[in-house]
Design a protein around this ligand. Structure first.
Ligand SMILES: [Zn+2]
Length: 337
């Protein structure tokens, strides 16, 4: 089955049924255009608008593949209310180059929000998302994977937003993905995140780390696809019941907090990193969690890094070659309510 893709022209955000678009953005210094894929499906009845985005970073694949599968398989006639907007690949130039940021202007899409109408190509795409997509949303899902250097325990995530009602709504929505962890994470990574823009305007906003190493993982693609379906069920877009997506044998999903970026463990020296505990393991303060080897000094044992608090190992260095200051470990503490 193939579908016509509307190449340009006005986007119909409201008509019942589904439409595929390529939204054109003219390059900064040429006539060619970047075409950002956009899918819109509207039910006959108004309701919640759910937005799902993949490929905010160009070397993360579970979001694009899971969301492409989602829009390919979803019967728009099954939507009973509301609207689904999907951008399977947001930073198209970065995606084509298999890079985190855009090769056209060097910008990281996830640091330029809310974007600029008169800015570079990445800033202009972000501005479109802010004004046309996020502004229409009630729920925003931005699916990521860890970059080329480290691996993160599979998690849906959200920021520690001050509004407690919004916090609880984000937590409940993040749990729908069925992933082993829900991470409440730091807002100290800089400014200009897509999710920060969404939550600042009161949207239920979910991020997540669905894989690592620029690969495409089996379970994780399914979480991206079926987790979003669960969100559609929860918010009344689909009538079917929420599906259990937790892995077999998992006793419970863990909501963990790692909001203090100053406690992210960084390498004191450059070297080759060796994990001493598995990702996702529970450790107590003082436990050796990673070692950095200096291969100029094979007579030395290396520098051992110890956990500085009790909690779950959420991040490990994945690419062994490690520079001083690289994050080698993040430990999250389970949230108790
Ligand atoms: Zn990312």
């Amino acid at each position: 089955m193939s579908h016509d893709i509307t190449p340009s022209g006005a986007i119909d955000w409201d008509r019942p049924g589904r439409r595929f678009y390529h939204v054109p953005f003219t390059l900064d210094d040429a006539w060619e255009r970047v075409r950002v894929p956009l899918y819109i499906a509207c039910a006959l009845r108004p309701g919640t608008t759910v937005v799902a985005i993949g490929g905010t970073h160009g070397d993360e694949y579970e979001g694009p593949v899971g969301l492409k599968n989602l829009i390919g398989a979803l019967d728009p006639g099954a939507l009973v209310a509301g609207r689904l907007i999907v951008i399977p690949v947001l930073n198209v130039p970065a995606f084509r180059a298999a890079r985190r940021g855009s090769p056209l202007d060097g910008r990281n899409m996830n640091r330029v929000f809310p974007g600029r109408a008169d800015g570079t190509i990445t800033e202009r795409i972000a501005r479109f998302v802010t004004d046309e997509v996020l502004a229409r949303a009630h729920v925003v899902i931005d699916i990521h994977a860890a970059g080329g250097g480290f691996e993160i325990a599979r998690c849906a995530s959200f920021h520690d937003v001050p509004d407690r009602a919004l916090f609880r709504a984000c937590e409940e929505t993040a749990l729908l993905f069925g992933m082993p962890f829900v991470l409440v994470y730091t807002s100290g990574m800089g400014t200009g995140l897509l999710t920060e823009q969404a939550e600042a305007t009161g949207k239920i906003t979910i991020g997540g780390e669905f894989g690592y190493g620029a690969s495409t993982d089996l379970r994780e693609v399914r979480w991206a696809h079926h987790g979003v379906l669960n969100v559609l069920r929860r918010f009344g877009l689909l009538a079917s019941p929420v599906e259990a997506l937790t892995p077999p044998g998992l006793d419970r999903q863990r909501v963990v907090v790692a909001t203090d970026i100053d406690r992210y463990v960084t390498a004191p020296i450059r070297g080759v990193s060796e994990p001493l505990v598995p990702l996702g393991a529970y450790v107590t303060a003082g436990t050796p969690v990673a070692r950095l080897h200096d291969f100029d000094r094979i007579d030395e044992p290396g520098v051992t890094i110890h956990a500085d608090l009790d909690g779950y190992v959420l991040v490990r260095r994945f690419r062994a070659q490690t520079e001083q200051g690289d994050v080698v470990m993040v430990i999250g503490q389970e949230r108790t309510t």
